[in-house]
Design a protein. Sequence first.
Length: 268
Amino acid sequence: MEETVAPNLEKSLARTELNAGISLKAAQAVVQTLKKYCNALKVGNLKDLQVAINDVEKAELALRQQIATTKASWDVDVDAYLSSNAFIKEILAMGEQKGIRIFERDDRLYCYPVLVRVVPSERLVRIDRTGEKRLRPTVLVNSLKELQKKPPRFRPEAFLDALYTAYKKAVQIKGKGLPISGTVISLLEIYELFTLLPGQSKEYSRQEFARDIYLLDRSGVSATRKGAKVSLPASTGTKIPSRTLSIINENGEEKLYYGISFSDEEVQ
């Protein structure tokens, strides 16, 4: 059986864009011939009247033919293309061509500091939580490159305070008598508390939570505003993928996280 070759979105868009540009010129030719016809009517130039309308018809026929050519030049089954891995492969290849590091993992593209998820049903991608309809590979990759130049829109102090609030609740849930200070809680338990509301896990994915933990880890912020010091201890749990959070960092390396604890005199 002959193998179906996936279309190249960048080339298909460029080819159809070229044909659409030719169609635009053909449309402009129709407008010009119509203007000549109108001018002939305006002054009553009966000699040129028939010639002018004939030119309009010729230009209109040429336009219809060119539009048909433009339509035929678009050969991408958009839904099938976005649902397959072809689009992701093209973005990865374009990123390599433009010198931007993009890594694929867990149905996401990691392009530090943002995560990109393809949403075929909506014909867009989500860059973190923002929908992006501009899917031409050169445009999308250039946009990601610009985002990399900006500092992450991440507030480690506020995130750490939120983690601490969830942490105290998780310790209480585990049982009375457990000390708040120093008790290690699985980060997955913290994430579950973060996403208790229906649909919240779709709005704030596990991958995004892992990315935020990594951003906190590398930010240098190690204590809450009230002085509770955070620790992200490793555990034997890091050997079990289902119990860990993983992130692909800017160097393409996997970073694993398991638990969190807080300790200080203030933590009571």
